[in-house]
Design a protein around this ligand. Structure first.
Ligand code: UD1
Length: 368
């Protein structure tokens, strides 16, 4: 007799690192089988395969190959591909993670086929519906049967939206499991050394949010701030493909070319990137995950956004929101040591995958 099948859905870069600890936790159980579904939302080697290598993940069991497109096209392509797959191999549970288009698409498919869906990283809200991820989070959480949250604010958001209490389980932050799983390799990672940098004496920059990079004015304002900051702090800038495209489209390449202290590089794999972060003195970013990683690592993080769906990184952590023109002033504060020390939120402890496995086992085994 086959064991109940659990699908782990991953489509984009931040998903791969989130399914990894869970895959390793579930792969050898005697109560479920697990398969990895890669939707193909991200497909470049350094946005996808590198993460499979870093985390020791096997080749995905199914690859939907949807690629890049408009939101409607991409979401629809995942839905069509994933519905076919569900009909063919009949999963007992679908686990979706984060807030990307693949998360939304597979949740809808599961809900319509009456296959239970669990959402990992549920309940986060920026309350900003101009962000595509906020729409993805709202719809996914409305449809999911089981909501695994990382923090008390997420529990509160779900309760306010009327989600039944028995569906909400606080399991903690899976990204900390990802970090702890690879800690030894991260600690010997030496991307910064190879770049000729000194630990604690450089900053790391990442930008990819449409609100920051899709308009020439905001992208230029951010890059100008970074150029000025680089005169006092060397910066490493792994450029996301969306951002690279926009820098080229808006003819801003020269702006960066004239700033020798900004090292513009290709996106990095997980181990290289997080080892760079772990030895940095400062992060300037618009990423969601980096706000959490810097809180865990107690490194000042300037998040260039009007809001965050991860407020605990501000109330308990090292994260501060900023407008582009505030980057310089905040960086100066951080570099002079005038920055709050972070604490690690409850359950950000490297044991989230164990709590998730226990939660799923209760649902699967107790039901049979
Ligand atoms: C997506 C997610 C975002 C997440 C981010 C992490 C949605 C709505 N957005 O945004 O939440 O924070 O991933 O990276 O799901 N491209 C490549 N190679 C790739 C993938 C993309 O060159 O492997 C280029 C394409 O030109 C594409 C552009 O990057 O049009 C943007 O990619 P897309 O997946 O649409 O959105 P992201 O900005 O990556």
């Amino acid at each position: 007799m086959h064991l109940p099948l659990v699908h782990l859905i991953a489509g984009a870069r931040p998903n791969f690192m989130k399914i990894a600890p869970l895959y390793h936790q579930l792969k050898n159980t005697d109560w479920c089988r697990v398969e990895i579904i890669h939707t193909g939302q991200h497909y470049d080697e350094n946005m996808s395969q590198t993460f499979f290598n870093d985390f020791g993940l096997p080749k995905p069991d199914h690859y939907l190959g949807v690629g890049s497109s408009s939101h409607a096209n991409q979401t629809a392509a995942v839905m069509v591909g994933y519905e076919k797959l569900c009909n063919a191999n009949n999963p007992s549970w679908i686990v979706v993670v984060g807030d990307v288009n693949s998360t939304l698409a597979c949740s809808i498919v599961g809900a319509k086929l009456c296959i239970p869906v669990a959402h990992l990283e549920a309940g986060l809200r920026s309350f900003d519906r101009t962000m595509p991820e906020e729409i993805n989070r709202l719809v996914t959480d409305t449809l999911a049967d089981l909501l695994w949250t990382p923090s008390p604010d997420a529990d509160k958001n779900l309760r306010k939206e009327g989600v039944a209490e028995e569906k909400i389980e606080r399991v903690g932050n899976i990204m900390i499991d990802s970090f702890e799983m690879l800690r030894e390799k991260i600690e010997v990672g030496s991307a910064w050394m190879r770049m000729g940098l000194d630990a604690g004496e450089y900053g790391v920059v990442t930008f990819h949010r449409p609100a920051n990079v899709d308009s020439p004015d905001s992208l230029r304002a951010i890059l100008n701030e970074l150029v000025t900051l680089s005169e006092s702090l060397p910066l490493v800038f792994p450029v996301h493909p969306r951002t690279y495209q926009r820098i080229t489209d808006f003819e801003l390449t020269q702006l960066l070319g004239n700033a020798p202290a900004i090292r513009v590089i290709e996106p990095l794999g997980y181990i290289e990137f997080i080892s760079l972060v772990a030895s940095a003195s400062l992060l300037v970013t618009d990423s969601g995950g980096i706000q959490e990683e810097t809180t865990y690592l107690d490194i000042p993080c300037i998040t260039v956004r009007d809001n965050t769906e991860r407020p605990i990184t501000i109330t308990e952590g090292t994260n501060r929101l900023a407008k582009p023109h505030e980057i310089g002033g905040l960086a100066e504060q951080a570099l002079s040591g005038n920055w709050p020390t972070g604490t690690r939120p409850e359950f950000w402890d490297g044991h989230t995958a164990e709590r998730i496995a226990a939660s799923l086992k209760r649902r699967i085994v107790d039901k049979n």
